[in-house]
Design a binder for this molecule. Structure first.
Ligand code: PRP
Length: 181
């Protein structure tokens, strides 16, 4: 059973805590985007859980699309070079775009995505992330909506993975690698 996996450490954010905060952000977006039909751009893969729950908390006719990027290098550290793996299908011209991320860490991914999406002529572009590292320069990166700020520990669950595992946990937990695993 996944829940018995010893690599799953302390629960940092429970299912209930996450859902309550997601609903709050959804209500805020519903007010701030009233009268518009924002396009939610989900950054695959980690943001899929957040996108799903957040979109259902917004009482507006939202549209969704997906983009995937990857940074070269090992799975637990960002390397410095971002490349586009899957582009959007929707034309961004004149759209009110909300970029949906699971976590902003170094900001490398976000800087790349912002540059790429702004060049496509949206009416507006805002960033909404469930998690942000305490070390992240949210002001410099122009991140308007943040669910939770967290320290630098490696975390898993609610979309976040280690080697593609643990994304389907309902909560966020610390990752505790087992020496003998
Ligand atoms: C994670 C996360 C962000 C990025 C943040 O993606 O989803 O896109 O890293 O890190 P940064 O701020 O240092 O750029 P990852 O590359 O792990 O891919 P995944 O979403 O498919 O798990």
């Amino acid at each position: 059973m996944l829940s018995a996996d010893p690599c799953i450490g302390e629960v940092l954010l429970s299912d209930e805590q996450i859902q309550a905060r997601v609903r709050e952000i959804g209500e805020q977006l519903t007010i701030e985007y009233a009268g518009r039909a924002p396009l939610m751009v989900c950054v695959l893969r980690g943001a899929y859980s957040f996108l799903t729950d957040l979109s259902r908390s917004i009482d507006l006719p939202v549209e969704i699309d997906f983009i995937a990027v990857s940074s070269y290098g090992s799975s637990t550290r960002t390397s410095g070079v971002v490349r586009l793996v899957k582009d959007l299908d929707v034309d961004l011209t004149g759209r009110d775009v909300i970029l949906i991320e699971d976590i902003v860490d170094t900001g490398l991914t976000l800087r790349y995505l912002r540059r790429s999406l702004e060049a496509r002529g949206p009416n507006s572009l805002e960033v909404c992330t469930l998690l942000a590292r305490e070390s992240a320069d949210l002001e410099g990166l122009g991140v308007k909506y943040v669910g939770f700020t967290i320290p630098g520990d490696f975390v898993i669950g609610y979309g976040l993975d280690v080697d593609e595992r643990y994304r389907n946990l309902r909560y966020l937990a610390s990752y505790e690698p087992q020496d003998d695993a």
